[in-house]
Design a protein around this ligand. Structure first.
Ligand SMILES: [Zn+2]
Length: 435
């Protein structure tokens, strides 16, 4: 008898493992998370290494000492702008988090070109996926320092020349929002891994859910974007769920901050949301399998409500133009080749629907914007799932930072080196400037 095999990663207590096994599923324990949590807790920075601007000049030496905290990331972004005011624009995001944190993104732009395409990277949307922020910060500092020194940058076996760095920073707008969910990161990093292991492995934000269920705080930010939010595909309406989607699309300040970047900087044309884990580069769509032949079968068509989100059926598949699919796959393959050059590690490029369908995620929201409203620029969206566990040992994280930075650099290079890649579907800036 042929059996379909689905693998679903999860974090389970001993009791939950028993329940799942009793229900007839196989459980393969990858690691004893209690022990992992205790070890990882030792690898969080204890002091703010970047409280002063000069700390950034020694970024590499300081960064090797452990995972960055939410406070450090904020300091580093602010100081990056102080050190490089001609290159870095500090963007204060309008929505304070539930714990009243102020978040920042940066835009990096060299040279005089005013009409350029934007590339946005976001990190650590999920609380326990700490390393996304460290990747983003390392990428920023390495590329800015290299540009400043007119030098290349090397990640293991992968190098970008000084000329390539120049081309990148002088032809694109580089947007980086390294820590989308600082409340969550802080909660995860400050919980005792023994007495509150569930807190240590926190995924969601820290919405107190006062009106719906105060005993179960938190919304899954990557289920809170406005893409098929109502569909319930791969989401939950129960606040106790790790994939709780919130009370409405964009109910959360953190997701509104991401939307703010797309709304305010209409030149953004490429987007990568950095998560862990699984060693994947995912492209749209995530709600159902792609098809390239029937434009009527699309997420906006209510005729198909209730038919989406099931794999291996003929009821529905999500439309994507062959050109867009080819472009998404081709860029993902380029990123993957570059990543593999660092130390021979290959990720898998696949459609986001992967093993299970999802909705209300950041990458699909990004790519859906131009379809919902043709005044929005088209944004090609990706999710990178780095590593083999939510929080790697920091020594392995240092290798992963190189892997993923090589992929990010390659995406920027591919775009900045090709005028076709720099074309926008709307020219909002030009429209405003023209009569
Ligand atoms: Zn994630």
């Amino acid at each position: 008898m042929a059996t379909d095999r689905l693998m679903v990663p999860g974090i389970l207590t001993d009791e939950q493992i028993q329940q799942v096994e009793t229900a007839g599923y196989n459980v393969e324990a990858v690691s004893d998370l209690s022990q992992v949590a205790v070890e990882r807790a030792q690898e969080i920075s204890r002091v703010n290494r970047f409280a002063e601007a000069r700390g950034l000049s020694a970024f590499e030496e300081r960064a090797v000492m452990g995972y960055m905290t939410a406070e450090e990331i904020e300091s580093a972004l602010i100081n990056l702008q102080i050190l490089h005011p001609d290159l870095v624009t500090l963007i204060e995001l309008p929505n304070h988090t539930w714990e009243n944190r102020i978040s920042h993104a940066v835009r990096v732009r060299a040279g005089e070109n005013e009409n350029r395409i934007g590339v946005l990277f976001t990190g650590s949307m999920h609380a326990r996926e700490w390393g996304g922020s460290d990747i983003c910060m390392s990428f920023l500092v390495n590329f800015i320092n290299a540009y400043r020194a007119n030098k290349g940058v090397t990640f293991g076996g992968k190098s970008f020349t000084a000329a390539q760095i120049c081309t990148i920073l002088e032809n694109i707008d580089l947007f980086v929002f390294p820590d989308v969910n600082p409340d969550g990161k802080n909660y995860s990093q400050t919980n005792d891994p023994i007495s509150n292991e569930q807190g240590f492995w926190w995924r969601k934000n820290r919405n107190p859910n006062t009106s719906v269920d105060p005993s179960n705080p938190g919304v899954d930010l990557n289920r809170n974007f406005d893409f098929l939010w109502d569909s319930g595909i791969g989401t939950s309406s129960a606040p106790s769920s790790p994939i709780y989607k919130g009370v409405s699309p964009f109910s959360e300040p953190e997701t509104r901050n991401v939307r703010h970047l797309f709304d305010t900087y209409q030149n953004i044309g490429y987007f990568v949301d950095i998560h862990s884990y699984s060693e994947l580069i995912l492209y749209s769509w995530g709600d159902d399998e792609n098809q390239t032949t029937d434009p009527e079968q699309n997420f906006m068509n209510s005729v198909y409500d209730g038919k989406r989100g099931t794999l291996d059926d003929t009821l529905y598949k999500e439309f994507i133009s062959p050109q867009d699919q080819d472009k998404l796959v081709s860029l993902a393959n380029s990123m993957n080749e570059s990543l593999a050059t660092v130390r021979g590690n290959h990720y898998k490029v696949q459609q986001a629907v992967g093993l299970y369908p999802t909705s209300a995620t950041s990458d699909d929201y990004a790519f859906s914007r131009h379809i919902v409203n043709n005044l929005n620029n088209k944004v090609y969206g990706y999710t990178i799932e780095f590593g083999n566990m939510f929080v790697q040992s920091f020594s392995e994280m240092r290798n992963i930072i190189k892997d993923v930075c090589a992929a990010m650099g390659e995406l920027c290079w591919a775009i900045s080196n090709d005028v076709e890649m720099q074309k926008k579907t709307v020219e909002k800036g030009a429209m405003i400037g023209a009569r």
